[in-house]
Design a protein around this ligand. Structure first.
Ligand SMILES: Cc1ncc(COP(=O)(O)O)c(C=O)c1O
Length: 438
């Protein structure tokens, strides 16, 4: 039986979202599956003319020196891999991901939610905003926040309402203050319908919101009739996978009562390959259907070729094998964090502060740019001096929804060797000392 929802989707779906029509061709694709159906439907190219006879994928052995395993996509699976296919992703992969979501987030398949695959989670985040946002809407957005989301929001004429985060992510007290005083704080602005947050190993702050905060934020979403857009690109890069903080999507079901307020974005980019461009959205079917209409009318589907490669891998691994892989990836980044943090302390103690992240791939350094403790702005230092000295990082201002000065800088440890860290942080140290006139 479907879980309860009191959400009036008519209020939430944007005017643009409501305008999509089923694609004249794709809308009929499901009928092709009826046994015995002859289909003259799609202008599908004949796969006999394609030059590929198989896709063979070599897997790195888990234990170095073990034999390389080859996975092969051939015959029917190859046809599917090379052909136009279902808008929401290859059915076999979509189903696998749905089961992953069911097990990982403890949500029974009750018919109220669905999964759709996209060309990376960015594609789906973009489509979700398109489906939900009208011009002049107000959007609650954690600040600082992933600059890629700010980039795609730029094209809408919206009011970005900053909700400040601290070392534990979104602060429900600050969110409540904004919501309960909205008309005084933002006179003439529309009351928000959406809250966008990156709850695990946030880009850029590295913060992970603890369960109690998530529960409090969820309660506010119910009280104030908000949808939560949970961008969890770093979910599988949690350094303590045995004590995972439950996702918003899990918590909304666990809390009992209404569900449907959380839309969750996952990404294969950080755990399988970012070049494959595969991510998935999970959420209330009413919204996922609009996202699918967007896909069907624009880029048609995510690449079936990379989906087929991922599908053959995940079916071979099974859920346990996949989760074991993600634990190895998380352990890899945890070691990197430890190394990077150690070298950062060696060079930057007294010149910067930061909190060691529990997930993800970023340190967010608060640079002490002045001797008297007044906060400075890292922009020119990082964009000019640091580049001249040979170190690249991202100034904090780029992550502020409404711009402004920031003493912070985001440094990523995903690719850094210890040698890189030594060199980079010693150069950064020189820059900070120069700014401080030391
Ligand atoms: C917070 C966040 N969301 C989404 C994305 C986009 O990821 P994908 O490669 O799945 O599109 C990124 C990429 O860095 C990210 O940091």
């Amino acid at each position: 039986m479907a879980a309860q929802s009191s959400i009036d989707w008519n209020d939430f779906i944007s005017e643009r979202g409501k305008r999509w029509q089923p694609s004249a061709i794709r809308g009929l694709f499901p009928l092709e599956k009826i046994p015995g159906m002859v289909s003259f439907l799609a202008g599908k190219p004949n796969a006999d003319t394609f030059p590929f006879s198989a896709i063979k994928v070599d897997l790195k052995p888990i234990i170095p020196g073990d034999p390389v395993e080859t996975l092969t996509v051939e015959s029917d699976a190859l046809n599917e891999a090379l052909q136009y296919g279902a808008t929401a992703g290859l059915p076999g992969l979509n189903k696998w991901v749905e089961t992953l979501q069911e097990v990982r987030h403890k949500r029974a398949k009750d018919g109220s939610w669905r999964v759709s695959l996209g060309s990376g989670s960015q594609d789906l985040i973009n489509k979700a905003f398109h489906s939900l946002v009208n011009d002049d809407d107000s959007i609650l957005i954690e600040s600082p926040v992933y600059s890629g989301t700010l980039g795609l929001l730029n094209r809408f004429q919206v009011n970005l309402i900053d909700v400040p985060v601290d070392t534990e992510g979104l602060d429900p007290a600050k969110l409540e203050h904004i919501l309960s005083n909205f008309s005084e704080l933002y006179p003439g602005k529309r009351f928000p319908k959406l809250l966008y947050t990156i709850p695990t190993g946030s880009n850029p702050t590295g913060a992970t919101a603890p369960e109690a905060r998530r529960q409090a934020v969820l309660a506010l979403a119910r009280k104030y009739n908000l949808l939560i857009l949970e961008d969890d690109a770093y979910h599988y890069l949690s350094f303590d996978p045995e004590n995972l903080v439950p996702s918003y999507w899990e918590l909304e079901a666990r809390a009992g009562g209404e569900t449907g307020r959380v839309v969750r974005f996952d990404s294969f980019s950080k755990i399988l390959s970012s070049g494959m461009r595969l991510g998935f959205v999970t959420g209330p079917k009413e919204l996922i259907e609009i996202i699918d209409l967007h896909t069907a009318n624009t880029n048609l589907q995510p690449s079936s070729t990379t989906q087929a490669m991922v599908s053959v891998l995940l079916h071979k691994w099974g859920l346990d094998g996949f989760l074991a892989h993600t634990r190895r990836v998380a352990a890899y980044y945890k070691d990197k964090r430890d190394m990077f943090g150690k070298v950062a302390h060696k060079h930057l103690d007294g010149l910067a502060t930061w909190v060691s992240p529990e997930a993800g791939m970023f340190l967010f350094l608060n640079l002490q740019l002045t001797k008297d403790g007044t906060p400075g702005d890292s922009s020119s230092l990082i964009s000019n001096t640091a580049v001249q000295k040979g170190v690249l990082a991202v100034p904090g201002t780029g992550f502020l929804p409404n711009g402004g000065p920031s003493p912070y800088v985001r440094v990523s440890f995903s690719l850094a060797t210890e040698e890189d860290a030594e060199l980079g942080f010693s150069r950064l140290r020189e820059c900070i000392l120069e700014a401080r006139g030391e």
